[in-house]
Design a protein around this ligand. Structure first.
Ligand SMILES: [Zn+2]
Length: 119
């Protein structure tokens, strides 16, 4: 898949709402596989999503951290949603991996799991 084809699929699959037929299509699977296999496409996807959410990426160590933290802090998902894989706990000023047991527990982390920078 070249970049133009990826951008076309990106536009197609980011025009909501999508039908179930679209989510289950071969093209959608190819689009997701392209994001997972090529950092250039992944970065395109992340930048698009962060711009859409009006997230200032400059305060994060990398695009993935900005994207995943924004999923938790922008209340895009419910508090205990398993899709929240990392959070910034502003009261303690610490990054952590939430424990999805219904409470407020988390595992503090000192380094970014994606880029390895000290947090
Ligand atoms: Zn990072």
């Amino acid at each position: 898949m070249d970049l133009n084809e990826f951008k076309n699929l990106h536009q197609r699959f980011n025009s909501f709402p999508l039908s179930r037929k679209e989510w289950e299509s071969k093209e959608y699977r190819r689009y997701i596989e392209a994001i997972n296999a090529h950092s250039e496409y992944e970065n395109y996807f992340l930048k698009y999503k962060l711009k859409e959410k009006k997230i200032d990426c400059s305060k994060y160590c990398c695009l993935k951290m900005a994207y995943y933290v924004s999923m938790a802090t922008k209340n895009l998902l419910k508090k205990d949603d398993p899709d929240i894989v990392i959070n910034f706990y502003s009261k303690e000023k610490k990054y952590g991996l939430p424990i999805h047991d219904g409470g407020n527990s988390y595992i503090k982390i000192d380094y970014c799991p994606w880029c390895g920078k000290k947090l």
